[in-house]
Each structure stands twice: as structure tokens, then as C-alpha cells.
Design a protein around this ligand. Structure first.
Ligand code: ZN
Length: 383
């Protein structure tokens, strides 16, 4: 078993497990959810509020940070942790997913797009000012060292879905070669002493391809393994099948990370299939748009219908003095009524976005705490 990850309990039911992941800047109890600080901030939420909500680790994005403020500046300022005042670990995405998805978005909007991929790396235009940039597996590692990442993701190729079998195979094969190059470069530059490195399994929703790519990536000496390229256009059933199939293929004694997913139900489902780490824009994005995740009955978790979503702008909340979530003690639920949160949301006030984001993050992080407790007690999970 690797020294940075230990499994503390294996569920008697399913493949769920609890563990402790050691990073250079702190330990993480898993399963864990990572709030997304794409550009060096979780939108509307300060670092000390993330801590109060129960965050153990946050996620930064290499693509965005290399464009603004630039990773040289971050290194000069003592790394992203010091720069943004966050005292815990940071995982950084390599930038591959953003390059491909923002490139496709620019092309669709008629602004012209350049995402030019070759064996060495990828050349792309900034979504901010159209300037040209280049990222290779090696420079993606260097950027993440300068950011001061605790867990670095390798640069991978994310083909848009649906795509042909031929382009899916080419993306998987190139992702494997890039994973090997990333590790070699990290060894040569002694970057592995500074951060953990995770490999990424691709393969779309084709289960045979997922198996083949999992065996190629998991043969490499990474510190953890991720499932990438899910929820990029396929239906929910296909996503769940991919996770149920791929999760158990990742090495049992290493941390497993499901990239970019999902709803509370999706998370519970993935935990049942042995996933340890999660990130998703959903709690903050939904919060900014007036949707809250609330406990239906926290004591009932994980049985039955344990959560609801509330669209707070609805007229029915106009005179509702109750808190947003009676099981929650976050700032939004402790101090304000549904009627007031509705008002803030209807007038598009920044305080409303902030309170709804804080609440949803608190909900997600408490969910993870409940999940860890349920695994420890060998309780059955319902998703
Ligand atoms: Zn709350």
C-alpha cells in the first residue's frame, strides 16, 4: 500500500470505503468533495468560509491560472495557497478539459477557434483575448509546480462526445503516451517530491475501451487515478454505467477520483463503486442561479428520499419565514428566511448568490461527512 493513502474502513455493502489521503499540505478524509476555485477563488465564497463549510481541499485550474494571473506570478507570490489565503491542500486540473471545451465553445459562437493538437502538445487561443498559447505534458507539470499544487493531474486528450471510435482510440493512446512523458518529466525535475500526481482514464462510454485504457494508465506509477471524460454529452444512464464499470478497475489501494461530477445522487452512486474524490461546479453554479440543495430528512440518510432541490425565486416562498434548510446551520440558514433569500435572488443581488453558494457547499460537504459515517457503520446506500 502506498504511504500517502490508507483505507480506514471497507463497507460491508458494495465497494465503498473510507480513507485518509496525505498531501504536502494536509490530510484529507475520503470520500471527499472539492469545491472549485477555477481562477483562484470559489465564486462569492472566502477561504475561511470554505473551511467553516467543511472543505478539506479545493480545486484550481491550470488553464485559467496560466492565463491569469500567470503561474510565474503565482510562484513569485509563494504559490496559490499563500496568494489566495487558503491554508489547505489544492488539486489542480491540467487544463486539457478546458482547452478542448472552451475551444469548441468559441468555434460555436463564431469567434473562430484554434485548438491544434499534435503529438508534442496542444496550441490554443485564450478565451479571454485570443492570444496564442502552448501546453505540453511537460509544461503542464511545470505550471502545476509553480501553482504549488498538492495533487497534479496529467495533461490528457478529451475528445468531444459523440466522436468516432477512431478518434476515441487516438485520444486514449495519446493520453497514455502523455501520461508516461508527464511522469518522466516530473522525475527528471524532482517535481514528484513536491506534489502527488494522478493519471486519467479515458475511453468515453465504451466499457471495453474503459477497461483497456484503465489497464494502460494503472500500469504507470501514479499516486492516484481518475476517471475523466464523463458527462461530456452522454446520457445519465451511460455515465453511471461507465462509473460502475471503471471505478473498481482502478487500483484498490490508491485514491480514485471522479472528475467533474455530479448531483448528490450521482456522488452516492459513485461512492458505492469505490470512488474517493469528487469535484463539481453544481453546488456553486446552482446556488448562483437560485437553486438550493436541502435535506429532506438528514436522519433518514442514506435511506429513501433524503434530499430536495428548492428554486428559491418561486412565488410560494414570498412570505416564508422558515430557513432555507431546517437541518443546516450555515450562515444563510442561521440568519435569513426563505422570503429574504427569494427577494435577493429575484433582484439578482450578489449577497443572494453568496448565501446560496455557501449553503449549497455546506450541504455537499455535510453530505460527504454523512457518507463517511454511513460507510463506517456499514449502512446501505440509496441513490
Ligand atoms: Zn444552509
Amino acid at each position: 500500500m502506498p504511504s500517502h493513502f490508507s483505507i480506514t474502513h471497507r463497507s460491508g455493502i458494495g465497494k465503498a470505503r473510507t480513507g485518509v489521503l496525505k498531501t504536502p499540505h494536509g490530510e484529507i478524509r475520503t470520500p471527499a468533495f472539492m469545491p472549485i476555485a477555477t481562477v483562484g477563488a470559489v465564486r462569492h465564497v472566502a477561504p475561511h468560509e470554505l473551511r467553516s463549510a467543511g472543505a478539506q481541499i479545493i480545486l484550481g485550474n491550470t488553464y485559467h491560472l496560466m492565463l491569469r494571473p500567470g503561474t510565474e506570478l503565482l510562484a513569485q507570490r509563494g504559490g496559490l495557497r499563500k496568494f489566495m489565503g487558503w491554508d489547505g491542500p489544492i488539486l489542480t486540473d491540467s487544463g486539457g478539459f478546458q482547452i478542448f471545451s472552451l475551444g469548441a465553445k468559441l468555434a460555436r459562437s463564431g469567434h473562430g477557434s484554434l485548438v491544434d493538437i499534435d503529438e508534442e502538445g496542444v496550441t490554443f487561443r485564450s478565451h479571454i483575448d485570443g492570444s496564442l498559447h502552448r501546453l505540453t505534458p511537460e509544461t503542464a507539470v511545470d505550471h502545476q509546480v509553480r501553482i504549488g499544487s498538492d495533487i497534479a493531474m496529467v495533461l490528457d486528450v478529451c475528445p468531444p462526445q459523440p466522436c468516432t471510435d477512431r478518434s476515441l482510440d487516438a485520444a486514449m493512446e495519446r493520453t497514455t503516451r502523455w501520461a508516461e512523458r508527464s511522469l518522466m518529466h516530473a522525475e527528471a525535475t524532482m517535481s514528484r517530491d513536491k506534489m502527488l500526481m494522478f493519471g486519467i482514464v479515458q475511453g468515453g462510454s465504451d466499457l471495453e475501451r474503459r477497461s483497456a485504457h484503465a489497464s494502460a494508465i494503472c500500469a504507470l506509477p501514479f499516486d492516484g487515478f481518475a476517471i475523466g471524460g464523463v458527462a461530456v454529452g452522454e446520457d445519465r444512464e451511460a455515465v453511471r454505467k461507465t462509473i460502475a464499470h471503471t471505478g473498481p478497475l482502478l487500483p484498490e489501494d490508491h485514491p480514485r477520483y471522479l472528475m467533474g461530477l455530479g448531483t448528490p445522487g450521482d456522488i452516492v452512486h459513485a461512492v458505492q463503486h469505490g470512488i474517493d474524490l469528487f469535484d463539481c461546479v453544481l453546488p456553486t453554479r446552482a446556488g448562483r442561479h437560485g437553486t438550493a440543495y436541502v435535506w429532506r430528512d438528514i436522519e433518514a440518510f442514506p435511506q429513501g428520499l433524503w434530499y430536495d432541490t428548492v428554486a428559491i425565486a418561486r412565488a410560494e416562498f414570498q412570505h416564508d419565514d422558515a430557513p432555507l434548510d431546517s437541518f443546516c446551520s450555515c450562515m444563510a440558514c442561521e440568519k435569513f428566511s426563505r422570503a429574504y433569500l427569494r427577494h435577493l435572488t429575484v433582484i439578482d443581488e450578489a449577497l443572494g448568490k453568496r448565501l446560496m453558494s455557501i449553503h449549497n457547499l455546506t450541504f455537499y460537504l455535510r453530505l460527504m461527512d454523512r457518507i463517511r459515517g454511513s460507510i463506517a457503520r456499514d449502512e446501505f446506500f440509496s441513490s
